[in-house]
Write a protein of this length. Sequence first.
Length: 71
Amino acid sequence: MTVETHPADDITAEVSNWLTGEFAARLPAADIAEIVRSARTDLEGQIVPEAMGEMLHRLARFRVLRTLEHA
């Protein structure tokens, strides 16, 4: 399945799972999921749908790192 055919919820869950695997030792999974959902909301309608997976991952990862810097 390509990014273009992923339903929105699947992309959000996939990015949440990926980032949770990367940052679980430093930030609770629920916090990471909320960051991903917020990033998804901010990106919706701002970019072409085909780019959602990559852009969501980049934005959410940036926000997770920023959260950790300020913790």
